[in-house]
Write a protein that binds this ligand. Structure first.
Ligand code: HEM
Length: 158
C-alpha cells in the first residue's frame, strides 16, 4: 500500500508539537525539583551511562526530559525530511520546517549547556525562552501541514 505522504507529514508535524509541549512540562518539573537540574553532570550520557540508575526521582525526571527531547527531535527532523523530499514545491512548509529544525538544534545545544554550565541562570533563561520558541515553531509547521496552499501552475505537490 503506498504511503500517504500528506498524512505522514501532518502526523509527524503534530506529534512534534505535542512532544515539544511535553518536553516543556517535564523541563519545568526538572526546574522545580531541587537538585534535579544538576543530578546528571554529563551530557549526552547521564552519570556515564546511557540508561542511568533511575531509583532517584531527580535522575528519573531529568532523564525523562532528555528522552522526550530526543523524541521531539526525531519528530521535527522527520517533518523536515518529509518536507524536503516530498513537498519541495511548497516553499511555505519547507521554510517553516527548516526554521523549526534550526530552533530545535539550538535548543538542544543550549540544553547541553545548562548541564555543563552547572545550571547557570543565564543559560537556563535562554533555554526557557528557546523552549517556547520550539513549541511555537512546531505548532506553525503543524498548521501549515494541515492547510497547504494550492500548488503553483506546472508544479505537483502530493
Ligand atoms: C526539545 C528540546 C527541549 C525543550 C523544549 C526543553 C525545555 C525546557 C524547559 C521549558 C525547561 C524549564 C526551564 C525553566 O523553568 O526555567 C527545561 C529545563 C531543563 N532542561 Fe530542557 N528542553 C529541551 C532539551 C533539553 C536537553 C537536550 C537538555 C540536555 C540534556 C536539557 C536540559 C535541561 C535541564 C538541565 C533543565 C533544568 C534546568 C534547571 O534546573 O535549572 N533540555 N527545559
Amino acid at each position: 500500500m503506498p504511503i500517504d505522504r500528506r498524512r505522514f507529514l501532518q502526523t509527524v508535524a503534530i506529534l512534534g508539537a505535542v512532544s515539544a509541549y511535553a518536553t516543556i512540562i517535564v523541563g519545568g518539573t526538572v526546574r522545580g525539583i531541587p537538585g534535579a537540574g544538576t543530578i546528571c553532570p554529563d551530557w549526552p550520557l547521564c552519570n556515564g551511562s546511557i540508561v542511568p540508575n533511575l531509583a532517584d526521582v531527580r535522575i528519573l525526571i531529568e532523564y525523562l526530559h532528555r528522552l522526550i527531547a530526543a523524541l521531539t527531535g526525531m519528530f521535527i527532523l522527520s517533518t523536515l525530511v518529509a518536507s524536503l523530499v516530498w513537498f519541495r514545491a511548497d516553499l511555505r512548509i519547507v521554510t517553516v520546517s527548516i526554521m523549526s529544525f534550526a530552533v530545535l538544534v539550538t535548543q538542544v545545544g543550549v540544553g547541553a549547556l545548562t548541564i555543563t554550565s552547572g545550571n547557570d541562570w543565564v543559560v537556563v533563561t535562554i533555554h526557557l525562552a528557546l523552549g517556547t520558541a520550539t513549541l511555537a515553531a512546531a505548532i506553525i509547521v503543524a498548521l501549515v501541514s494541515l492547510w497547504p496552499t494550492a500548488p503553483a501552475k506546472g508544479t505537483t505537490v502530493a
